[in-house]
Every structure is written in C-alpha cells, then in structure tokens.
Design a protein around this ligand. Structure first.
Ligand SMILES: [Zn+2]
Length: 177
C-alpha cells in the first residue's frame, strides 16, 4: 500500500500535506492475548512525524476492546455485529431493543466501548432466543418493510427453511438468510 496516491492528509504538527503510506507491525495485548496487527500509517516528509490511518485506528480500537472482552468471557464485537445482521436491524435499533442509548451498539461494534456483564447476558439471551428477538423487532416496527411484503407467519417459514433469496426491499437477513 506504500505510496497510494489517493490518500492525502494534513500533518498535525507542521500542516504539510502527507501522501506516503507505510505499513508496520504492532503487537497489542500481552501473553495469550497478544495480537499481531499489520497497520498502515502515513508519514510526513517535512517533519518526519507519523500517524496511523483512520482505518488502522479503527483496527486498534476493535482489537483492544476484544482483548478486554476475551479476558472477561464477553461476546466479541464481530459476534455482536453478526447477530445484529442476522436479525436485519440497524445498530440504533438493536440498542433500543436492549433498552439502551441509540449509539450503544455502534460503540460496541466499533470498539469504543465494552459491554457490561449484564448487557452481555442480555445479548446472549437474545441470541439463544432468536425467534423472540425477531418478534420483538417486528413489534417495534423495525422490520416494517418486510411485513408489508410478507405476513409475519410466512416470514417465519422463510426463516426456518433458510431460503437464500434476496430480500431486495429491506435487506433483512433474518428471513432470507
Ligand atoms: Zn509534518
């Protein structure tokens, strides 16, 4: 990725335009939690200062949060995301289903926050009662577009037979795999 020309940023120290991207290895966490990351960073020609790209910062956040989760036996960010996608709800909608502030799930998935043990248990309960979670999403009108096309009962059949047809209107994976 070195020298990718469409990447431009301004140096936070000297305000020069920086265009050179490099990659380096960073180990996050200790002992059994040590995770090796290959991260892109951008370096200033003028002052020599280097900065991680936004993408790298995001990877670091997620990795650090997941290490905290592994230590506490909590669901990982990707596991929360996969469950949410399987329901076909947005980050805000899943936050509301948990009775939490709208940005909560976005913060969990992005690695900006780690869920409490109590919230983790709530999430696991939803995962193990997925049909109930889908019903709740329907009750809250989060899957409204789906219902307009198929009645709820039919939806369940589609879900249970794991039909892989595309649900083009709502993009929900809950019913269409
Ligand atoms: Zn600089």
């Amino acid at each position: 990725m070195a020298g990718r020309s469409n990447m431009k940023a301004e140096c936070g120290l000297c305000n020069s335009t920086m265009t050179k991207i490099f990659e380096k290895e960073l180990v996050v966490g200790k002992e059994e939690y040590a995770t090796k990351l290959n991260l892109k960073y951008i370096e200033c020609d003028e002052c020599g200062e280097s900065f991680y790209t936004k993408e790298s910062e995001s990877v670091i956040n997620k990795t650090v949060s997941d290490i905290k989760r592994k230590k506490q036996g909590l669901l990982l960010g990707e596991e929360i995301k996969a469950f949410r996608k399987s329901l076909g709800v947005t980050q805000e909608q899943l936050s509301i289903m948990l009775g939490m502030a709208p940005k909560t799930i976005s913060r969990y998935e992005g690695g900006f926050a780690v869920q409490s043990k109590q919230t983790d248990e709530h999430l696991r309960l939803m995962i193990s009662n997925r049909d109930r979670a889908i019903e709740k999403a329907i009750e809250l009108n989060f899957l409204e577009d789906c219902i307009e096309i198929f009645p709820v009962r039919k939806h369940k059949n589609i879900y249970k037979t794991k039909t892989r047809e595309n649900h083009s209107n709502c993009g929900s994976l809950a019913f269409c795999g």
